[in-house]
Structure formats: structure tokens, C-alpha cells
Design a protein around this ligand. Structure first.
Ligand SMILES: Cc1ncc(COP(=O)(O)O)c(C=O)c1O
Length: 356
């Protein structure tokens, strides 16, 4: 009888597809996962080397996340009491949904939205209302406002993955102000944009702003996520909801050293923004694609019926981008991550040659 119950549960979950990770290729120019290859790999290695002397991995990292929070506090110029950490922002999302949402709490978000977030909603049977992107890959604020009374949680990745769209600050402020439930603003890519709303958490007690060191800090493999919220939210999350040791010692120490070099990472983010502009302009010059503006470290474009062909041909040439299929009214969309200048040039040359 008891076994039967478990089997049913497993059968139910097995019907879900789960988050689909990108293909694993070897020797590939990897522009499919919004990682940051504009950062010099030797610089990153030097950060990890600097942590060696401090590490004793025989110990649990007692007091470690607190020191990381202090470093984040200096970086953000916000009190440490307003900052919580997680094993990637993925884990923070999971804990928020697992503890604050259920089949009885509807979430209002965009379509598309961050894929992992969507999968997690399915896992926990959380109903969602998804506002589709417009034809020009922007969102209509009014459509969100109209659905406010039907939802308990508002989730927006801002800038949005995969479109690169970000609501102007004034509009986001309005959304946050008028929504009465929990507002989750996921700013994973915010360092590549021109504005953040992280400071709003000082005034509002119903907002959690998610951030990460995976993107502009180029530390995706270390899994360092964090969030900013009202002191009460952070205290409860950290003391009760979060694991006692969510981050490993190497991640904590490297994160602290990386934050001491935040100026360097900001400079690299500026290079990424310039490269993003170059990619957008060059793709538009080819006069075949519809290329959308982006505030993140990637560019989305409608390949006008040739997305499969382009995706496969690029793979054959050792370049991986993301094949997204239909987005809104656009049938075949591709997303390319902004990488190092050399990687970007190789991508642009390859795609130009394909069209000739
Ligand atoms: C919108 C968004 N949020 C969060 C994440 C995950 O960040 P982390 O590496 O901190 O888990 C991603 C990663 O692609 C993302 O696109």
C-alpha cells in the first residue's frame, strides 16, 4: 500500500521533462548558456589561487556565508541584513517556490520567462499566468496590471532571458508599487543593463531581488547566488529556510576575492555591452534576420525560417548557440551569448559565410 503511494508520486513527476540542460560538446565555441567568456580565464584562476591559503576544507564553512554577505554589502552599498545567499540563484528560486508557493498560489510572469523557473513551477504544481511578449519582443505593462488581482506572486527576469528585454525603471517601480503579493525580480543579467531596482527593497517589504555571480563575474561553475530583500525576509530565509551551509568554502572565498575586483568585472561588462552592439549591428546588416535589442549578455534573433539550418551548420563549424524555436509570433528564434571578441568574430564570420 505504502509502496503504491510512492510509485504514483514518481509516476507523476516522471511525466515532467525537467530543466533541459544544453548539449555537452567538446572543443566548441560555447555561446549557448549566457556564460561570461569575455573574462580572462587566467584572471579567474588567479582569484581561486588567492583563496588557497585561507582554505581548510576539513571544516564546515562556519561564518563563511556571513563574510560573503559582508563583501556583497560593500559591493551593493546596502546593509548586510538585507542580503541572503544561495547555491546559485537557481537554489534561491527553488527555496522560494518550495516554501511560499503551491497549487493555491498563482504566479504572474512573462512568456517566455527563465526556463528553470518555469520548470520549478511545474514541479510544485504552481499555476502560472503568462503574459506573452509583443511582436517586437517587448512586454506590455498594462497587460500585467490587468492580471494583478489573479496572482499572489509576480516573477520577472529583468533583463529577460531569452529576449534581453528590461522594463524601464519607472515602469518596474509602478509594477512593484501596485502589486500586493510577493514580487520577485530576477536581475541575473543586470550588470549588462543600464539600471537596477535593487535599492527598492529598502522601502518595500514584499520584494526579493535575485542576483548572481554567474554572469558578469564569470563564476557560473561556483554557483554563487544572492538576493536583496527587507531585513525581516532575509533573517527568516537565512535562519529557517536556507540550508546551514548552502555554499562550499571554495565558492565563498573566491566570491569574496572576486568582489574585491568588482571594478574590473564592471569594465569587462562594458566591453560585453560594446560587443553586444557590434553583434546586433552586424546581424542587422545581413538583412535576413529580425534582431531584437538586448540589455543582457546575449542577443535574440528571428532567423526567418532558417533557424534549424543555421543552428546545425554552426554546430558543424564548432559554434554552439541556443536554438529556441517559437517565441511569441516568431517561429524560429536563435539566441547567441556575447563571448570574447574573438569568439564573437568567429560567430559573425561563420553566420555571414552561411548566407553567401
Ligand atoms: C534569468 C536567470 N536567472 C537565474 C539564472 C541562474 O543563475 P545561477 O547561476 O545563479 O543559478 C539564470 C541562468 O541562466 C537566468 O537566466
Amino acid at each position: 500500500m505504502k509502496q503504491n503511494w510512492f510509485k504514483k508520486e514518481i509516476d507523476k513527476f516522471s511525466k515532467l521533462s525537467g530543466y533541459k540542460k544544453p548539449e555537452k560538446y567538446s572543443n566548441i565555441i560555447k555561446l549557448d548558456s549566457n556564460e561570461n567568456y569575455a573574462i580572462d580565464p587566467e584572471f579567474i584562476s588567479s582569484l581561486i589561487e588567492k583563496t588557497q591559503a585561507r582554505l581548510d576544507v576539513r571544516e564546515y564553512p562556519l561564518g563563511g556565508t556571513e563574510r560573503l554577505v559582508d563583501s556583497l554589502s560593500q559591493y551593493l552599498k546596502l546593509p548586510p541584513e538585507m542580503i541572503g545567499v544561495g547555491n546559485g540563484s537557481d537554489q534561491i528560486i527553488d527555496l522560494i517556490l518550495g516554501n511560499f508557493a503551491s497549487s493555491k498560489t498563482t504566479i504572474l510572469t512573462s512568456n517566455p520567462t527563465f526556463g528553470f523557473f518555469e520548470e520549478r513551477c511545474k514541479l510544485y504544481s504552481i499555476p502560472t499566468i503568462k503574459i506573452p511578449f509583443e511582436k517586437n519582443m517587448t512586454l506590455d505593462l498594462e497587460k500585467f496590471l490587468k492580471n494583478f488581482n489573479k496572482a499572489s506572486i509576480l516573477y520577472l527576469d529583468s533583463p529577460n532571458n531569452p529576449t534581453g528585454f528590461q522594463f524601464p525603471r519607472k515602469q518596474l517601480e509602478r509594477l512593484i508599487h501596485e502589486f500586493k503579493g510577493l514580487v520577485i525580480i530576477d536581475e541575473a543579467y543586470v550588470e549588462f543593463s543600464d539600471s537596477s531596482i535593487v535599492d527598492i527593497a529598502k522601502k518595500a517589504d514584499n520584494i526579493m531581488v535575485l542576483r548572481t555571480l554567474s554572469k558578469s563575474f564569470g563564476l557560473a561553475g561556483l554557483r554563487i547566488g544572492y538576493f536583496v530583500a527587507n531585513k525581516n525576509v532575509v533573517d527568516t530565509f537565512t535562519r529557517v529556510i536556507q540550508y546551514p551551509y548552502p555554499l562550499n568554502s571554495v565558492a565563498i572565498e573566491t566570491g569574496i576575492v572576486a568582489l574585491q575586483h568588482s571594478k574590473h568585472f564592471a569594465e569587462v561588462a562594458e566591453i560585453v555591452k560594446k560587443e553586444r552592439k557590434r553583434i546586433i549591428e552586424k546581424l542587422r546588416e545581413m538583412s535576413v534576420f529580425e534582431v531584437f535589442d538586448s540589455q543582457a549578455n546575449f542577443v535574440l534573433f528571428d532567423a526567418n525560417g532558417s533557424s534549424q539550418r543555421i543552428y546545425k551548420a554552426l554546430i558543424e563549424q564548432g559554434i554552439a548557440i541556443k536554438n529556441l524555436g517559437k517565441i511569441g509570433k516568431h517561429e524560429g528564434c536563435l539566441r547567441v551569448t556575447v563571448g570574447s571578441q574573438t569568439m564573437n568574430s568567429k560567430f559573425l564570420t561563420a553566420i555571414r559565410d552561411l548566407l553567401n
